[in-house]
Design a binder for this molecule. Sequence first.
Ligand SMILES: Nc1nc2c(ncn2[C@@H]2O[C@H](COP(=O)(O)OP(=O)(O)OP(=O)(O)O)[C@@H](O)[C@H]2O)c(=O)[nH]1
Ligand SMILES: [Mg+2]
Length: 609
Amino acid sequence: MHRVMTPCTAQRWQLPARTLFRTQTHSRTFNSLSLITRAQDHTGSLDKDKDNNSSEDNTAVEGWQTTIDGLPDYTAEPRGRAKGVEWKLRAKGRNFVDFCRIKVSGGQGGDGCVSFHREKFIAFGQPNGGNGGRGGNVIFEASSNETSLQHIPHTGSAPRGVHGKGSLMHGHAGKDMIIKVPMGTIIREVPSPEKEREDEEEDEELSHKALELGETEAKDKEMSKRWVLYPRLANSLSALPEGKVNYFEEAQAWVAEEDRIVEARRAAMSKKPMLLDVNEHTEDGTQFMVGRGGGGGYGNPHFLTTQNRAPKYATRGREGQTRWLTLELKTIADAGLVGLPNAGKSTFLQAVSNAHPAIAPYPFTTLNPYIGTVDYSDSYQVKVADIPGLIRGAHMNIGLGHSFLRHVERSKVLVYVIDIAAEFGVKRKVKGVDDWTPEEDLELDETEESRSLKSSEDEDPNAVNAEYSQPFEDWKTLLDELEAYQPGLTRRPSMIIANKADVTEVAPKNLQLFQKLVHDEWAKRRVANSSSEPSSASDNYDIKIVPVSAKYKKNIVKVTSILREIVEAEKAKESVAAARREQREREEEDEALAFKATRRNIMNNSQNE
Ligand SMILES: Nc1nc2c(ncn2[C@@H]2O[C@H](COP(=O)(O)OP(=O)(O)OP(=O)(O)O)[C@@H](O)[C@H]2O)c(=O)[nH]1
Ligand SMILES: [Mg+2]
């Protein structure tokens, strides 16, 4: 079965019905990972067409096949698993939606009714048209049961209000549309892509209409958008005898004045684009109005005056508020696990919490963020977020990209998970990533660091260099990628988990060198940071390195207690800062009140004099 889709040009496209459906689905919601693919296509690092075409998509998959050399080769795994990794990289984890754009519009108000009381023996009955009901609102509700933005619709339109009826029956209001959003969602208002086009088209449309319909007909049509008129009212108005007052014109002036006030109020309200943050301070079930429904129209009794006893007109309901919003989910957790693929992040999360993430000896096992809760004996809880693995060049969309880092962006503590079981003194050659030199790297070729790296690459890759520490290089990769995602992110309180310490052949030697190098590097960074920002003391501490075996659950208690210490210290700092902020706000309020009171006194005194 085929369906024909006609684009704006004369060209015609023939696509299978399913293709059309999928195209629409993907154009409405796209997650962080696919978003990054699009955003960085222009860099030329990955070919978009190749990414979309499964049969020709060799770049990403081949790049991956040779990427993790020191780790188990996934192609040696059973066929199904190999296919799985290929699929994940091609799909870029598209099954998890953490970013979407939505158009919300409140319902239109119901129209007012023009009606008159009819009863035997009662001539010239009273006007009795009911008012229209207001349109439904679009409301976002914070919900701790939601974990992704998958269910958010492309457009959220609330139902309109019901029209008024005769016998003074007012229409009931439209039902509110409630959309549940997960905790950690940031809602931003963005400019409407339709607005500019509409403005241009509006003028054209008006002039066309005037030409096609004639001046009076176009005017009538325009009027019917705002007014409900009794049959043949227009005729009787045009044939109004000399000296008779046109009450309809009077009513039009009232309504125009009211419209102007409503418009001004709406404009004042939408001066600043809306920004909402459903964060940890938001209670479950809190509601946010994002699209207000339009007011209902007035029935004809509204226009009843002592002079005009039979108004034959009513107003239509107002349009609901329309907004374009982007929703971005940034998971809320106290600590975020950051590490290379296969470092053991998920294993660690499983060891410390009640979570059961997927664990496997191949990279990119984890595609979506996963939250686990560490329970302490005194019922204290720390939430830990596990995210996909970061690799060198993730900021250039290598591997799964780096946009999933938004899920550790809000964490109070960063926990670096490092595989300490890498071969001692031997560089793990990561083909496809280490060979890869983006243009920026080429420009930096002259720096001392890159020269020394180059010279070390020329040497035999298997030669043991007692000064070289692969875990340290991994840690630096993580720092670089975090900084590339958000400058200053690495200055968060952090700790290092030297995982796989049970591999006793290499782990102790690696750990010793790793500790020395990390402490030297950290001291250097501290000096650099304090000279650039002397007031900030956030990273004025020594980073803790704890050897752990997540697989065999060794040294877990030590890690969890250090983690708790850091989290508690951060929370205490935050509450002190919040208390200070509150105090300042209260003082400012008091000052403003005192200022108002003094001004009032001065004015009173001057009046008395
Ligand atoms: N020997 C040993 N192996 C471990 C340890 N921790 C994890 N592993 C193994 O390392 C492999 C990868 O573990 P995962 O927890 O899936 O690694 P990950 O960092 O979550 O990987 P991604 O989700 O792909 O980023 C698994 O085969 C684990 O059994 C450990 O402490 N000791
Ligand atoms: Mg994992």
